[in-house]
Design a protein around this ligand. Structure first.
Ligand code: AHG
Ligand code: MN
Ligand code: MN
Length: 335
């Protein structure tokens, strides 16, 4: 596919090449991309507008909200509710599923989003992002029930994330590989820069928050110890390490040069089920990683097949280069 096409042209090309992408799904993806443009601008101006720092509130997960967590959530909710394309929304920042206000028409999709991923990095000017996942509402455009929001990752029809870094880049899958678009600010469009993104199957680079080491489960303890043992250890390779603390940035790196990312279960978060959230972090990122030839697992189960029981459900996450993820899954089998 030629480079230089806009996001909408890319989606139309996908339709022409036989992909079953409904016109209202194209519209929804493009409208979601509009919110990412608006968020780019809000992040850009945040330090000038006094929008950095904490908001003084907590979200349903008991996490301190940054001002920009709330601003970006509002940008997404307010814009997407007017589109007539959605039956409801689920956000990291809002306890319950969000319905479409009565004055607007409804559509047949549900969207889940993490409006600002990596928000601990916002005040220190390190890359953050937005993650989204789109499914069909199981009962059409009527007001969805809370249960309608409990759909496993295999039900996703599109997923994407945007990284607000040195450039704003959108990564997207509609179930036919992964494409990357960079925001050309001079024309205000996301322009295709890479199609058919493939994650190298092997890697010598891992990403994990090492400060949690003593709390991890034994299989992850053993795997990381073996990585650290280097060439003469059981894995026979010398590893490099990265930890940005924005999953979007880690996954962008993995899509570009391979790697493995782990946010494993640890004993302090066992009762919560893990750290990262299934519906708007783990599922969309897993869909993208699998579509790019990588793998994504809890260590014991494919993430996209984890049964969804709650909007803010959490899971352990191990994803990236296929052969390396499979190795870590093997460590779990030996328990
Ligand atoms: P969020 O900012 O949406 O709460 O997500 C942050 C997530 C993820 O992006 C990142 O990988 C991880 O939390 C960082 O965790 P640590 O603070 O343990 O480094
Ligand atoms: Mn997040
Ligand atoms: Mn977030």
């Amino acid at each position: 596919m030629q480079n230089g096409m806009s996001l909408k042209q890319y989606l139309i090309n996908q339709q022409r090449s036989g992909m079953d992408i409904a016109a209202d799904l194209v519209d929804l993806i493009c409208e979601t991309a509009v919110t990412c443009k608006e968020i780019t601008a809000r992040i850009d101006r945040a330090s000038l507008e006094g929008a950095l720092g904490v908001a003084g509130s907590e979200n349903v997960q008991g996490e301190e909200q940054k001002k920009l967590d709330i601003i970006t959530n509002d940008v997404m909710y307010e814009h997407l509710s007017t589109t007539g394309l959605l039956a409801g929304m689920g956000s990291e920042e809002v306890d319950d599923p969000m319905m479409i206000p009565n004055q607007y028409p409804r559509g047949r999709y549900l969207i889940y989003f993490d409006p600002l991923d990596g928000s601990s990095n916002i005040d220190v000017n390190i890359s953050v992002g937005t993650i989204f996942s789109i499914v069909e509402a199981p009962h059409g455009t009527d007001t969805p029930s809370p249960d309608d929001f409990h759909q496993s990752g295999t039900e996703q029809i599109a997923a994407g994330f945007c990284v607000y870094g040195p450039s704003t880049t959108l990564v997207l899958t509609v179930g036919n590989g992964v494409a990357m678009f960079t925001l050309d600010r001079s024309v205000g469009e996301f322009i295709l820069v890479r199609d058919n993104v493939q994650i190298p199957e092997d890697t010598q680079e891992f990403a994990i928050n090492m400060s949690n080491q003593r709390f991890w489960e034994p299989p992850v303890q053993k795997y990381i110890a073996d990585c650290l043992a280097g060439e003469t250890g059981p894995l026979g390779k010398r590893y490099n390490m990265r930890w940005v603390a924005s999953m979007v940035a880690e996954v962008f790196r993995i899509l570009t040069r391979g790697g493995i990312f782990l946010y494993p279960m640890d004993e302090r978060i066992r009762d919560k089920g893990g750290k990262l959230r299934l519906m708007y972090e783990a599922n969309p990122i897993s869909f993208i990683v699998e579509q790019a030839g990588g793998a994504s697992s809890t260590g014991r189960e494919r993430i996209m097949e984890v049964e969804a029981r709650a909007l803010h459900q959490r899971v352990p996450v191990i994803l990236g280069s296929k052969n390396e993820v499979e190795k870590v899954v093997e460590y779990h089998k030996g328990e």
